[in-house]
Unconditional design. Sequence first.
Lengths: 155, 200, 203
Amino acid sequence: MDFIRKYKAILLIVIPVIILVIFRATGTDHFSTDAQKLAEPSFSRSNIIIPGKVSQLSGEKLIINLGKDVIKHNFEGATVKDISPDSILAKEYIGMIKKHEGPVFLYSSDNSISVRLWMLLSQMGIKNLYVVSENPDPESLKYEFRPDTTVRPES
Amino acid sequence: MGPIVTLAGLPEWVDLLFAFLIGIGFGFALEQAGFSSSRKLAGMFYGYDTTVIKVFFTAAIVALAGSQFLSYFGLLDLNLVFVNEFYVGAAIIGGVIMGLGFIMGGFCPGTGLSALSIGKIDAMVFAAGGLTGAFLFAETYPYVQNLANGNYKGPVRIDKALGMSPGLFILLLISAAAVMFWIAEIAEKKFARPDITETI
Amino acid sequence: MNTREKLSIVLLILGVILALLPLTGSRSLSVRPDRLLLEALDEKSWFTVDQVARFVATEDTSVQLIDLRPAEEFSRLNIPGSVNIPYDRFIDIAPGTILGGSNMKNILYSNGDIDANNAFVIARGLKIKNVYVMKGGLNEWFNTVMNSRFTGDRISARENALFENRRRAGNMFTEINSLPDSLKKKYFESKHLSAKKLDGGCE
C-alpha cells in the first residue's frame, strides 16, 4: 500500500497504458500491422492458384467454398467447407481457418469475392492462404489494341 | 488533421480551427514557462538556466512516445505526418546561423513571437530582424539556391536511417534525455548566476 | 521523489514498452474487420463497364478512374481520364493522393479483377471511402465496349442508348490511345494526380 501511495502518479499513467496495449495485442477486432508486408503475395500473384495445382501443395488442404455453386473440381484429399462470405468472420469459422495447419484455399465462381476475402483475411495475419482461379493468368490483357493512325489531335 | 485517423475527412476550416487552438496552447505554454525572457533563453548557452533544453526535449519525447502509441492503437497514420526534408549543407549553415542568432538575440522564432505578444521591445527588434533576413534570402535566392538545395537526402527518419525499430530508438532517446537532464542540473549548479536567475 | 524524477520514470517505462512492441512505421488497415467485410461484399462497390463507359463518354468530372497497372502498360493504353497508381505502390501512394470529397467516385481498374479488388479492400481498410471497382477490368472493357457490335434488324431504344454510349466511349478510347507518345505524355501530365504536399512549419 505504501508502494502504491508513493508511486501513485507513475502507476496512474503506466498501468492504463499497459492494459490498453495488452487489449490491443490480444484483441481480434483489428488488423495486423504492416499492410504492405501482409499484401506482398498479391503483388507477385503467388497467392493465385489454378485448381490443377492445388494437390501439388503439401500439407492438409482446406477448401472454403464461398458461393452457392457446387465445386466443379475434384480436390482429392482436401476438406471442403461451405461458408457464406458474410459469415467468414464468425468465431467458429475464423478460428478454424487460423488453427488449420496446412494451406487454405478460397473458392468462388466470382473471383472478385474470393480475392477481396483473401486480402481481408491476410491483413488479419492469416498466412498460407490462396485464391483458386480458373484462369492461370487473370491479370494479363487478352486483347490487342490497334491504334487508329488517321487520328489527328484537335488544333 | 489527416494523420489523425478518426478525424480524417473534416472540412478544411475545421483543420484550420484546430491549428489555431493548438497555436494558442503552444503560445500559452511558452509564456507560462517563462520563454518570453531572453535572459532565460540565453541561459541555456551560458549554463545558468537549462529550462529550454528540459522543456523542449520533454515535449519532443512526449510527442514521440505519444504518437507511436496512437499509431499502435490505430488512431494516427504516421505516414501522413510531415517529416522535414533534409538538405545537408543548408541544415549545417542554417543551424550555425540559428545558433548564433539565438545566443545573440536571446530568442528563437517561436519564443520571439511569444515575447512580441507581451510587448517586449527586444522581441520586436528581433522579429523585424528575422523578417528582414527572410526577405533578403528571398531576394538573393538565385545566388544561394545551389547551396540551399544541394545535398538533398529526402525526408529522413533517424530510426529508418539507423535500421532500428521506432520503439528501440525512442527508448534510446529517452535514456539519452534523462542523462542530458542530469548533466543540465550539474551545469546549473556549476554556472549559477543568481544575479540573473533571481530576476527572471 | 520530485515531479521531474517521476516524469523521467514514466517516460522510461513507456519507452521500454514501445521498444517491446512490434512497431514498423508502416501503414496498417484501421477499420474493424467486420465493418470491412460488409464493405467488401457490398454490391454497390462495383461499377459495370457500361456505367464507366457512360462516365467516360459524358466526361463526368465527379469520377476519377485509377489504373492500377504498371506505368509502362498505362502509357501504352488506358481508359481516357485515368491516372496511374501501380498496385504494388498503392498502399504507399493512395492515402496521400486520392482526393475528392464525398461526391467524388474513384474507380479502380486493372487488366482483370484481381489487383483492383485487392486495392479496393486496402483502400477501404485505410478509410478511403469513395473507391469502387470496374468489374472485369480492361478485359471486360474490350469485350463489351470496344468490341460492341449490333446484330439484327431491329434495335430497341434501350439497346440503342447502350450501343451509342459504348460507341462514344470506344471512340474516345481509340483517339486518346492513338495519339503519338509526345502528345499522350502531355495529356497524362495534365491529368496527373499530385500528392497532397505536406508543408512543415518552423518554430
